[in-house]
Design a protein around this ligand. Structure first.
Ligand SMILES: [Zn+2]
Length: 258
């Protein structure tokens, strides 16, 4: 934007020097019009660059995918998920509910020890759309504070997933102000519907491709179907050549290839 403006000022400056003759001042008119167009384009480009990016998947040819688990931890299901992930040398991103972090500190620490990352899914798991900026900020800050208590500073990943994926401009703006990037998903297992295991597996396998972000839940109801599906999904996807990485790793690997 600054470069662009400098160039425009130079053009206008050069034009002014020559405007002592009528001929040159006529030439100036299209330059003024061009300046206005350039100014508009510069503004438009800077607006696009400033627009928040919402990650649904990550552009990559590498057979890496991110498994994400929402709403945990759960004393019943999270240990089962962790055991499976260990077996397949998989790393995942857990979008935990903030008010579960302190009561479930042992599981949070287990997740971190296994190389998984903990990301922000609000403190109370409330739908943020329509809330004021202050309430949204609080929902983002409290999980960070809880993570600091449990695991120390800087242990919450800079990823935020609004509950149900619902958001508006205010949510996006506040999340950005707090240093979060918004992550949704490209493959919804719809495990919260408790579908037959085979249907869930088919759905996931059908839509998974390099750079996919897969959505599962490790809490919020009976997650037996999720666990049973993962028992078959992880070896299937591994046999297809996929490796399982955190969202941070997926983004890092894709950008380091550019
Ligand atoms: Zn959720």
């Amino acid at each position: 934007m600054l470069n662009c403006l400098t160039r425009i000022i130079n053009v206008v400056g050069r034009c002014r020097k020559g405007s002592i003759t009528l001929q040159v001042s006529v030439l100036c008119k299209p330059l003024v019009a061009m300046t206005v167009v350039l100014l508009f384009l510069c503004f438009a480009v800077s607006s696009v660059q400033a627009a928040p990016r919402i990650w649904l998947s990550v552009p990559t040819e590498t057979k890496e995918i991110a498994l994400t688990f929402d709403d945990g931890p759960s004393a019943t299901f999270t240990p089962q998920v962790l055991k499976l992930l260990r077996k397949y040398h998989a790393h995942a991103t857990f979008f935990v509910i903030g008010n579960r972090i302190v009561p479930m500190r042992t599981l949070i620490l287990d997740e971190l020890r296994q190389g998984h990352e903990i990301a922000n899914h609000t403190y109370h798991h409330v739908v943020l759309r329509g809330l004021g900026a202050e309430s949204i900020a609080r929902e983002l800050e409290l999980p960070k504070d809880a993570m600091e208590k449990v695991a120390g500073e800087g242990r919450i990943a800079p990823w935020f997933r609004p509950p149900r994926g619902h958001m508006d401009k205010v949510v996006i703006k506040v999340a950005r102000l707090h240093g979060y990037r918004i992550v949704l998903w490209s493959v919804d297992s719809r495990d919260w519907e408790n579908p037959p295991v085979s249907r869930l597996i088919q759905r996931v396998l059908k839509h998974t491709k390099p750079g996919a972000i897969l959505l599962f839940h490790d809490q919020g109801g009976d997650r037996t179907v999720t666990i049973q599906a993962l028992y078959r999904l992880l070896p299937s996807l591994e046999a297809e050549g996929y490796s399982f990485v955190t969202v941070s790793q997926l983004v890092h690997d894709s950008t380091s290839l550019e």
